[in-house]
Design a protein around this ligand. Sequence first.
Ligand SMILES: [Zn+2]
Ligand SMILES: [Zn+2]
Length: 258
Amino acid sequence: MKVTILGSGSAYGVPYAGGSWGKCDPNNPKNRRLSPSILIENEDTRLLVDMSPDFKQQAERHKITLLDGVFFTHAHADHITGMFHLPIFMAHYQNCNLPMYTDRFTRLGIEKLWWYMFHETISPEYSGPGRPLWNEIMEYHDFKVGSLDVKPFMQEHGRIHSLGLRVGNFAYSTDVNDFPEESYPYLENLDVWVVDCNCVENTDKSHSNLEKSLGWIEKFKPKKAYLCHLDYTVDYDTVSAMLPDGVELAYDNLEIKL
Ligand SMILES: [Zn+2]
Ligand SMILES: [Zn+2]
């Protein structure tokens, strides 16, 4: 199995629109971050996790034309707005609807945003191939996408929740500020954990920061951890020098082999 970090950035990426780099050194390519998304694949299945506003660039960069499904972690804009490309993307490359996996709460949020796009009476031109084929899932209920066994679990994300997912001994926990106890078993005995570290110090209560993420890693002891959803306070070299063995910052285009 291979996991590709398509976007290691926080909601707005680095630099921000207009070119503000914050504390990040613009000369280090690892500081240039697209919005959050990953691709999980094995020999016969490709599962995209979230469709970020940078989906077009991410799909071009990684030659993503064939997908077996999309898993949505939650309905914040930085995780779903790439869905704008779905009808043309699917009609062009696969000529079918695309299976999408998420819980009812997230699906309702997504449908609210795209109220015009997937409503046949409002937009009959979108009634052909390239529509979402919704598969309603529930946290703590495993499901299959192709040959991948996916285990979704609950995460707290400010006043809403997000879904983490585990596939084999890999887990992805973006957009999280705490975990309910029921999710702990999903975070144990991991080979690789990619986990939220939105900022160096806490400025956003719906996310984690460096101290909190390192505390989780100490608690769950994955063999390897990568910090993701990094905002412009997280300079790659400065923060990397503060990390213990076995913990690294994620960066765009990083490929993790499992
Ligand atoms: Zn986010
Ligand atoms: Zn979020």
